[in-house]
Design a protein around this ligand. Structure first.
Ligand SMILES: Nc1nc2c(ncn2[C@@H]2O[C@H](COP(=O)(O)OP(=O)(O)OP(=O)(O)O)[C@@H](O)[C@H]2O)c(=O)[nH]1
Ligand SMILES: [Mg+2]
Length: 243
């Protein structure tokens, strides 16, 4: 996996305030510890740290993104086989932010039944988790929002969980193709009350967008510079940030 920071820097600072960027870089360089895997709702840990969850279709790159953010090769288990992450995995980042790797949903063989199964554990997690500050909903930049994602967006709206759309595998798309997909996604997001208007394109392999996402998530952590959080979330100039 590439060392994201250096390669990404020239394109990676747009939209994030410098103090928050610094804090994000510092935060994600802190010790990150695997805490627990929960296969059932009763196993979800009773913790108080603010949480950020990574949700998305099987194979979209959730575990890879967590590894890229924390600059670790194999903190979260990744795989070419869809469905590798089957439990809800908790990672404590520097005692300030909990990163939560969710099982993927919606790969072709399983369809609706699999979504229902996913929903059982995840719905319990999403609905009951007061410390959950944001869900990152990962979307493959080559494919855009699909029906299984729409089902989850509806769940998130219903549970009033703030979520942010994060495109993955940006290294695999041609810029021209992606712009149209991004515009269509923005239009769709506008119809969802719990969706954050800012979207971000990332590549876990090449580092694109990783610094910006670190800054956005760091704003939710214990000890974040407060005024910067307002600047990020308010996104007064144009709303969207793409590295
Ligand atoms: N080119 C490219 N490939 C990626 C990127 N991120 C992930 N991948 C690849 O996509 C595959 C799936 O990645 P994972 O991180 O395991 O995906 P996941 O969403 O955690 O998958 P499940 O746990 O099965 O739901 C792996 O082969 C990764 O190497 C990226 O940014 N660019
Ligand atoms: Mg995974």
């Amino acid at each position: 996996m590439a060392q994201p920071d250096k390669a990404a820097q020239p394109h990676d600072t747009k939209g994030a305030a410098p103090a928050l960027e610094d804090f994000g870089r510092w935060l994600f360089a802190q010790d990150c510890r695997f805490l627990i895997s929960a296969a059932q709702a009763v196993q979800l840990p009773q913790t108080e740290l603010p949480e950020v969850a990574f949700a998305g279709r099987s194979n979209v790159g959730k575990s890879s993104l967590i590894n890229a953010l924390t600059n670790r090769k194999s903190l979260a288990r990744t795989s070419n086989t869809p469905g590798r992450t089957r439990q809800v995995n908790f990672f404590d980042l520097g005692g300030r932010l909990m990163l939560v790797d969710l099982p993927g949903y919606g790969y072709a063989q399983a369809g609706k039944a699999e979504i229902r199964q996913w929903s059982g554990l995840i719905r319990d997690y999403l609905r009951g988790r007061v410390q959950l500050r944001r869900a990152c909903l990962l979307i493959d930049a080559r494919h855009g929002i699909k029906d299984p994602d729409r089902a989850v967006m509806a769940e998130l709206d219903q549970a009033a969980v703030a979520y942010q759309l994060v495109f993955t595998k940006a290294d695999k798309v041609k810029p021209g193709t992606f712009e149209a997909l991004r515009a269509a996604s923005a239009e769709e997001l506008a119809r969802h009350p719990a969706a954050h208007p800012a979207m971000l394109a990332t590549s876990a392999h090449k580092g694109e967008g990783i610094g910006t996402l670190r800054a956005a998530l760091a704003a939710l952590a214990v000890g974040a510079p407060e005024e910067e959080e307002v600047q990020q979330d308010g996104a007064p100039e144009g709303g969207e940030s793409r590295a």
